[in-house]
Design a protein around this ligand. Sequence first.
Ligand code: F6P
Length: 466
Amino acid sequence: MSRLVVVSNRVAPIDESKQTAGGLAVAVLAALKKSGGIWFGWSGTVLDTDASPTEPSLHQVGKLTYATQDLCRRDWDEYYNGFANQTLWPLFHYRPGLLSVSRRTMEGYDRVNAIFATGLAPLLRPDDMVWVHDYHLIPFARNLRDKGLGQRMGFFLHTPFPAPELLVVVPNHRDLVRDLCAYDLVGFHTEVDLRCFANYIRYEAGGEVEPLGPGQGMLIRAFGRQLLARAFPISIDTPALESVARTAARSRHAERLRESLVGRRLIIGVDRLDYSKGLPQRFEAFEQLLVSFPEHCNRVSFLQIAPPTREDVPEYVSIRRALSELAGRINGNFAEFDWVPIRYLNKSFGQRVLAGFYRLAHVGLVTPLRDGMNLVAKEYVACQDPEDPGVLVLSEFAGAAHELPEAMIVNPFDSEGVADALQRALTMPLEERRERHAAMLKTLRANSIGHWRESYVDALTRAPYA
Ligand code: F6P
């Protein structure tokens, strides 16, 4: 069995007691523990030095080596705060208006990718499979190839991939797509992202695209290489979460939440405080619900959990300020002495606590303006009581909407439409709620996180596709 080498900007904490129970980390760790291998990435440390170290620190845990590299402040600012999160992130989330472009951050991004590749290269064995994650690390494989390394290398993008008309806004778009073609396998969340990539290859790069049949992806010939591009919709650990949720509704936190509601219905939203999540529009939609259907005043509470993120990036400072103002205005206008309409929290909770909150909530409100997948949507469904499930209201622009058409699908820009969907969700008969929920749960059981990981690793094992 080949070793797996996982490369991602963030690496799960080496101390297992500090590892979060959810998602990617669990999936990747399970694969790494099975095959043995390396998890390589940024250490979490930013140094006040002039240059980043060129060698990683190594920590061995069983068959798994954690290899992590510190970065100096300038590298971190230009690579992560700069090009990754002020250029690629807004662009990949269809927000060119928020984009900032500079040669300095573009160079910083390339420099850090080169530093990382130099750090990993000596640790690689010829038969290793290298699996690189996310938009921070697009040039990683090309840097390894430039050193003469011929291992199987795959990339998975955790964000949307934009339409070519949008991608060309960034000056180095051709370099980015050329660098993607240095991988043997490029994975996206949805067929839409895959189509956007294929369209760039066809119409901008002058390459060839050969579709391989439904769900099988496309062979890409471009920049002197041949590779497979395919959609692999990421998922959650469905059975584990179902089981956590069964008892989590009786936890101390869930009990406190239930008591605080005193019989009112609960709408829940859980998101990083990111402008891609559509939070201002969501708050306005909730306000619209109270205006259009005043019978919900004092009868429904909206709990929005939004832990702050990327606070060194100015757009994240502005969205935080704007949301605080909006929540204050709506609460000021609608609150009663015994009821606050929006409970807005800038902090995070563990997965077990959230599972209990999801189970109590009558509506899960997931309305990003654009999102690669959105695992909260899936988690909300997995945590419901199948006998009396809540309703998922889901943005058509989240990747999850492709797999969960039985949710109430909404356009997050249309606050009146979202308010109408909330009204339907809050008044939906039990039979319809059960039917919608059962269909979604069936999908999530069929495509759990293990299935995602295994289908990706299986496709990478078959590389090269030349
Ligand atoms: O959605 C893309 C993503 O990279 C996720 O994989 C991750 O959970 C999230 O963004 C967190 O971003 P950051 O590492 O910037 O906190």
